[in-house]
Design a protein around this ligand. Structure first.
Ligand code: NAI
Length: 693
């Protein structure tokens, strides 16, 4: 649309005169994203207020929030006029002061708009932030210039490069906003305009001065945390320019970087993931309205996972009752949860008031009858079918008929678990990842008989807990652990065939994984996969090559960090290569008749990825995963896959078809199947269709 066209659609901005003050209300449900129509409406509103000769104007959001961010759907193509800097220019040029009245959230372009106003006031509880770097680009409408002018360069680097969201009180303390107001927000804004009749654009404010060292320290910390991605370096460079007396050059520089980066590879991949994550929370044909309201949760089993799930429920504001086998185990589990909360308070991550409030919502019991009031009971007892069945048979008679039961099993067959239940439709898998209060991924497992209500409730609970759900059908390891097992198997075969564990780990980290597969195995314990291999021994394909090295490590008592040694030795406190492991590897190679070959980093990376891609294709063919993008969401949220690469399937879709074919052929040779099973081409074409959405 050009400057002179009049919008045909109804504008999402309403204009109202309150005495001599113009009120521009943004009404673009559900979260007032800053679309082109919103920007146009704001420009027209400011023009109208100018011709009305008002004394001031207020920009305020209707509904539950100010502006949750810009409309990402517009970001993959050229942006239409007016762009956000045009709106801000209109506000700055207006002859009257403009006050942004914030509530809910003011994020990204929403905060940049507010920073373009003369004043900012906020309702208590409002959250503000510039999360653009988490989407692969930089703020593009003055955020890197106006924010540091208010809060300083080092704090600007910290807030922008960490994509922080901060609460209104904190924003007030550091000078980002001018007031936190209680009562009716519009009335407070009208009062505020009355008391502040002068214009005061942020561009007229000088950036607070700081020492070089303070700024350097903030910059190097941000670079490291941001994994040296190009947008982090650019954000830091731009924020440093906020000390220049005039803003115009730096603003043009920022806009150019923003325009380049928003269509660059990182941003395109991250945008793909953004939409893939929203899609993953949906199931075709499922009416979310059948979800039950969860007011009271029960957790059975207070071990590693049970404690984490309890903490996650408390964090989400839910009342929880923890059930353990006996009083001693119960006391221990509750003490551990309490100690964890204390540690959070000591680290400044939890307010003492919130800690007390969380404790009040937690209770413990050893009698299942106490769980009668729960709407949902999550079992996290030992990974043993018999134990889990017994727990479920104790729960069913005491729970109300429409209460749901969830299992946190990692590998057990949930269909088999539901056999003998009076009401198998109430059983669902909720596979949390450890630590359950930190890891974002939640696999919501839909067993054969799981009811729509149970499924919809699982998805709703994920939202309440701030988790990323992915829906899986029953399969050994569901989606994530199955893909991960294929990746780990390939890593082990690479070692058998000539690479060192250190070389494989380094290649994975170089690709962007948080840790390499052998470092991860040592951290989580080698015994879990050992048990899985034993379980699968009878059904293993006879032609599949088998790597005995991890079995030998386990037999030698090297179960990972918890025993001081695994693939690495930890006696010095950090992971060190170990001659014993080298000797085990040599012996395994000799036993298998392997002549070690050398591998370069690129080959290792491509083989690791090929294994994941192939397994994902199998999961799709078996309908365990609903869609290809769900596999990407799973790996990016639960397995340390670099988000800026979109996901393993997204990565593969960017490679040449010949390259991927060659990788898959090499994979087939290495694993010993002679052929690759999954319909990879179909899957990758599906991903290509989603790119740029
Ligand atoms: P754990 O051994 O640390 O804890 C199990 C707890 O259940 C113990 O505290 C035990 O006293 C309690 N328990 C056993 N029988 C009980 C009964 N009849 N009534 C009440 N409490 C009972 O095990 P962990 O690691 O917490 O695993 C629990 C479940 O979560 C397993 O199914 C596991 O596969 C799954 N899981 C584990 C993950 C991990 O990283 N550890 C990750 C995801 C799932």
């Amino acid at each position: 649309m050009t400057k002179h066209q009049i919008p045909t659609a109804e504008t999402p901005i309403s204009y109202q005169l309150r005495g001599t003050v113009a009120v521009l209300t943004i009404d673009n449900p559900p979260v007032n994203v800053g679309s082109q129509a919103v920007r146009l409406g704001l420009v027209h509103g400011i023009e109208r207020a100018t011709s009305d000769g008002v004394a001031g104007a207020i920009i305020i959001g209707a509904g539950k929030t100010f502006i949750a961010g810009s409309d990402l759907k517009e970001f993959g193509r050229p942006l239409d006029w007016p762009q956000l800097p045009d709106v801000i220019a209109a506000i700055e040029e207006a002859p009257f002061p403009v006050v942004a009245a914030l509530h809910g959230v003011a994020l990204g372009g929403g905060l940049e708009l507010a920073l373009g106003c003369d004043y900012r006031i906020a309702a208590p509880g409002t959250k503000v932030g510039l999360p653009e770097v988490s989407l692969g680009f930089v703020p593009g409408a003055g955020g890197t210039q106006r924010l540091p002018r208010l809060v300083g360069v080092s704090r600007g680097i910290e807030l922008i490069c960490n994509a922080s969201r901060i609460a209104a009180d904190h924003a007030l303390d550091i000078g980002l906003i001018d007031a936190v107001v209680s009562g009716d927000l519009l009335d407070a804004a009208l009062d505020f305009v009355g008391q502040h009749p002068e214009k005061r654009p942020v561009r007229s404010i000088a950036t607070p001065s700081e020492t070089h060292d303070v700024i350097e320290a903030a910059a190097s910390k941000a670079q490291k945390l941001g994994k040296n991605r190009p947008n982090i370096s650019e954000a830091i460079r731009l924020i440093r320019r906020a000390t220049e007396p005039e803003m115009a050059d730096a603003l043009a520089d920022e806009r150019r970087v923003f325009q380049d980066m928003r269509v660059g590879p990182d941003a395109t991949a991250l945008r793909y993931l953004f939409f893939a994550e929203r899609r993953a929370a949906t199931v075709e044909g499922l009416d979310g309205r059948c979800a039950k309201t969860i007011a009271q949760v029960g957790v059975v089993g207070g071990g590693t996972m049970g404690q984490g799930i309890v903490r996650a429920c408390l964090k989400a504001g839910l009342p929880v009752t923890l059930l353990e086998r006996d009083e001693t185990a119960l006391r221990m589990s509750l003490e551990k949860v309490g100690a964890h909360l204390d540690a959070q308070v000591a680290k400044g991550r939890l307010d003492p008031k919130d800690r007390a409030e969380q404790s009040e919502r937690l209770s413990g019991a050893v009698d299942p009858g106490v769980l009668a009031q729960c709407d949902l009971v999550i079992e996290a007892v030992f990974e043993d079918m018999q134990v889990k069945r017994e727990v479920i048979s104790q729960l069913e008679p005491v729970l109300s008929p429409d209460a749901l039961i969830a299992t946190n099993t990692s590998y057990l067959d949930i269909d088999a678990m539901s056999e003998g239940m009076a009401c198998p439709g109430r059983l669902i898998g909720l596979h949390f990842f450890s630590p359950a209060d930190v890891m974002p991924l939640l696999e919501v497992v839909r067993a054969e008989q799981t009811s729509d209500t149970a499924l919809a409730t699982g998805l709703k609970l994920a939202r309440t807990m701030g988790k990323q759900p992915v829906v899986s059908r029953v399969a050994e390891g569901f989606i994530g652990n199955r893909m991960y097992a294929a990746y780990r198997r390939r890593a082990e075969l690479l070692v058998l065939d000539g690479a060192s564990p250190q070389q494989v780990d380094a290649a994975a980290v170089d690709f962007g994984f948080a840790m390499g597969p052998f470092a991860v195995a040592d951290m989580s314990g080698l015994d879990i996969a050992w048990a899985m291999r034993k379980r699968q021994a009878a059904t293993r394909a006879p032609q599949a090559r088998y790597v005995t090295i991890p079995d030998r490590l386990c037999e030698a008592g090297r179960l990972g960090r918890k025993t001081g040694a695994g693939w690495y030795d930890y006696s010095s406190g950090s992971a060190q290569p170990d001659e014993t492991v080298d000797a085990l590897i040599d012996a395994a190679r000799a036993e298998a008749g392997v002549t070690p070959q050398s591998y370069d980093c690129d080959t290792i990376q491509r083989q690791l990825l090929a294994a994941i891609v192939n397994e994902a294709a199998c999961l799709l063919e078996e309908s365990v995963a609903q869609r290809a993008s769900d596999c990407d969401v799973t790996f990016a949220n639960g397995y340390g896959f670099p988000r800026w690469r979109g996901g393993p399937l997204y990565w593969a879709a960017l490679q040449s078809a010949d390259g991927i074919s060659a990788d898959l052929a090499a994979l087939a040779d290495a694993v010993g199947f002679g052929h690759v099973r999954g319909p990879v081409d179909k899957v990758l074409n599906g991903i290509k269709d989603l790119r740029g959405s």
